[in-house]
Unconditional design. Structure first.
Lengths: 261, 471
């Protein structure tokens, strides 16, 4: 990494708010601008917790360490401030907001980014939204549907990608975006991310996934393995392939051995 | 313009617009209520003998009925009732000054962007002059079609037979204690008649009618939609109405004759010292349809259950309501449908939002009489709680005497969840913006039925209400 990293995590420990058990036990990670990183790990390893802590989920509490985004300490920031600074979390379980159309939702999100006296031009917004939907090969009527309300798993994830395309973050954290998707839906979502990346090569992506198959569609520059709240191995795309063959069992055993010592 | 200049300007306007002769026009009864006061009201209005007798009879009924205990807390109301003036001429009521209007209400007007002249109307300080021109051209159009749209007093004076034929037939004085009270002391309200087959595109707005007697504490409205007519009546406004009075008890009666279609929209936002107890009911005849669209914001306690009595075959009734209970407020609202003829249908959709220590109750009755075969009713009530301290209750009463009828009831309670808030905040919205968006989404199915300007204002109002809801 030639430049200073866009995201630098050091010694991060975190737990579920009001509980004693630590889930992250000292995570170190650096992401350079424009890079694609994947974090893989078994269930319960803490990889989704890491995604939530980066975005500021109120249900989790960072107890130590640092998360610097472009040199700024994000742990001190509210979730909306993090979003406005350029961090985007694609949710594993996108939330339903009945009665609020996707268009209205995105308009409100863009308006929130403006200074007090600025106003969003509705025609400009409409143009932007239509253009983004066209790019992602979505039917314009999709934007009139209430946010995630009655959506299939695939539709929910596509909605996440649309939001990402409209908000154009500097860092996209994708929390198990592949979970619950069939292969067609997975391909559509991955195409969306790749199209966006083509347009904005400077966008940094952190993919959180349990399975290797997403990485067939979105090629990572770096792969990290997370086990029991720590990153236990980092390397190139080949790490994912190793995992595919060997599974996580080895790593778990090593962890247990280490803990026993 | 500084406020005192506004008030001076306003004072002049009042005189200019005719409340001049104080000796003749100023009148209010002494506080409290008895036969003497009812006689005074009737005499002031120069009413026919039958109306005086009606009022006196209603007063006896009012006195004989106990204070209802089944709904909201009315225990402090008796003291209030001993102190209030049961009749004050409108010219007198204008006498409040801008200084007396609470700061928070003034601020809300400003934030809603309501023009100054209109702010004063809402605060009870003046009448709406600008709408006069619009109203007159519409009125000519309506009159050409035989539509009557008058104050209730003018209705009685100018159309005595029509008035007497329908008055108190939908809500008789014996219906409930407050209907009896209203029957004894009513003043202000509208009288509307739509002739057979007439279809009005432009809604009749009570707002247009303000330079005559403004809606009073004991407003009474009587509407007759004659056969196969179609019309929409709108009353109230979303902005808070400031009143020095603390009690409002209206009666709205609507007769929807065979084949007619009538919609009544009302949004009321009373200041939070107000007891708001309203009886509104429609009698729906063969093949006719009645829709109530009812929004209740503000007040200390509102008890209001728009009703449809489906008395003719194939009649349809629909009740859509939104209630917003802010801190310290209780909205006890809902709807009543009575199926008394075959093939009748009804829907009730009721949504409530409670914030802080606010409480909203859904209270509904669905009754199907024997013989009302193939009747269908569907009730849906959804409550949204903003804070841990907010409260909601549901009291659905279902009485079915007919086997061949179908009645459905669905109720949901949801809380603004941390996950929802986080989702919206992670897209850059502040917690308050997120909260307002969730609430707007919740009421959207009803807000979309409102005239645009009402919907827009309601949305802005919700944003203001959500400020300080967090934490």
């Amino acid at each position: 990494m030639s430049q200073s990293p866009i995201l630098k995590i050091s010694g991060l420990t975190a737990r579920v708010a009001d509980e004693d058990i630590e889930i992250l036990k000292g995570v170190d990670l650096e992401l350079g601008e424009g890079e694609i990183h994947a974090i893989m790990g078994p269930n319960g390893s803490g990889k989704s917790t890491l995604a939530k802590v980066i975005a500021g989920h109120p249900g989790y509490e960072a107890t130590g360490g640092q998360v610097l985004f472009r040199g700024e300490d994000v742990l001190e920031m509210e979730p909306d401030e993090r979003s406005q600074a350029g961090i985007f979390l694609a949710f594993q379980y996108p939330v339903e907001i009945p009665g609020v159309s996707i268009a209205n939702f995105l308009r409100t999100a863009l308006e929130a980014r403006l200074d007090g006296d600025e106003e969003l031009d509705l025609f400009d917004f409409q143009d932007l939204l239509l253009e983004r939907m066209e790019m992602l090969d979505m039917d314009p009527s999709f934007a009139e549907r209430p946010v995630n309300d009655g959506f299939s798993g695939g539709e929910k994830k596509r909605n996440e990608i649309l939001q990402m395309a409209v908000l154009q973050p500097l860092l996209a954290v994708m929390d198990e975006t592949d979970s619950g998707l069939d292969i067609d839906a997975l391909r559509v979502v991955a195409n969306g991310v790749n199209t966006l990346r083509k347009e904005h090569p400077e966008m940094t992506v952190l993919l959180i996934t349990h399975y290797q198959r997403l990485l067939n569609y979105i090629r990572p520059d770096y792969v990290h393995v997370m086990v029991d709240g720590r990153i236990v191995r980092s390397g190139g795309p080949e790490v994912a392939l190793e995992l595919e063959e060997q599974g996580y069992a080895d790593w778990k055993d090593k962890e247990q051995e280490a803990a026993a010592v | 313009m500084p406020q005192n200049e506004v008030i001076e300007g306003l004072g002049l306007d009042e005189y200019k617009y005719g409340f001049v002769d104080e000796e003749q026009h100023v009148f209010r009864t002494r506080p409290g209520l008895d036969e003497e006061i009812v006689r005074q009201i009737s005499a002031q209005k120069e009413e026919p003998e039958w109306m005086l007798e009606f009022r006196l009879k209603a007063l006896k009924i009012y006195e004989s009925k106990p204070m209802p205990t089944w709904g909201g807390d009315l225990s402090e109301l008796e003291d209030t009732l001993d102190q209030i003036y049961f009749y004050v001429r409108p010219s007198e009521r204008m006498g409040t000054s801008w200084d007396e209007v609470p700061e928070n209400i003034k601020r809300t007007y400003e934030r809603l962007g309501i023009p100054e002249a209109e702010q004063k109307v809402l605060a009870g300080l003046g009448a709406q002059y600008e709408s006069e021109m619009v109203y007159h051209s519409l009125k000519e159009e309506w009159e050409a079609q035989g539509v009557i749209f008058d104050s209730i007093e003018d209705g009685l004076r100018k159309h005595p037979e029509l008035f007497r034929k329908y008055f108190a037939t939908v809500v008789p004085p014996g219906d409930n204690k407050f209907a009896a009270l209203n029957s004894a002391v009513w003043s202000g309200g509208s009288f509307v008649y739509i002739p057979p087959g007439v279809e009005l595109d432009t809604p009749l707005q009570a707002y247009f009618r303000v330079n005559q007697e403004r809606m009073g504490q004991f407003e009474r409205t009587l509407i007759i939609a004659d056969e196969n007519s179609r019309a929409h009546y709108i009353e109230g406004c979303t902005a808070p109405v400031y009143s020095t009075e603390s009690f409002h008890s209206g009666v709205i009666e609507i007769v929807v004759l065979p084949g007619a279609h009538f919609r009544y929209t009302t949004i009321q936002n009373w200041s939070n010292n107000m007891y708001n107890l309203v009886t509104q009911r429609a009698l729906v005849h063969r093949g006719a349809a009645m829709e109530w669209l009812d929004g209740n914001l503000g007040s200390k306690l509102t008890m209001k259950y728009p009703s449809c009595y489906l008395v003719g075959e194939g009649a349809h009734g629909s009740i859509l309501s939104i209630a917003y209970a802010g801190d310290g407020q209780h909205q006890d609202t809902g709807g009543k449908v009575v199926h008394a003829a075959p093939n009748t249908s009804s829907t009730i959709v009721s949504k409530s939002i409670s914030k802080g220590h606010g409480r909203s109750s859904y209270r509904g009755l669905c009754k199907v009489y024997e013989g009302a075969v193939n009747s269908r009713s569907n009730v849906e009530c959804d409550a949204l709680l903003i804070n841990e301290t907010s409260r909601t209750d549901t009291y659905p009463y279902i009485e079915i005497e007919e086997k061949r009828a179908s009645v459905g009831h669905e109720a949901t309670v949801s809380k603004v969840g941390d996950e929802q808030l986080f989702y919206l905040m992670s897209r850059g919205m502040s917690e308050e913006e997120a909260m307002a968006l969730i609430v707007r989404g919740f009421i959207e199915p009803i807000a979309k039925e409102l005239p645009l300007e009402y919907a827009v204002e309601l949305n802005k109002l919700i944003e203001l209400e959500m400020e300080g809801s967090v934490g």
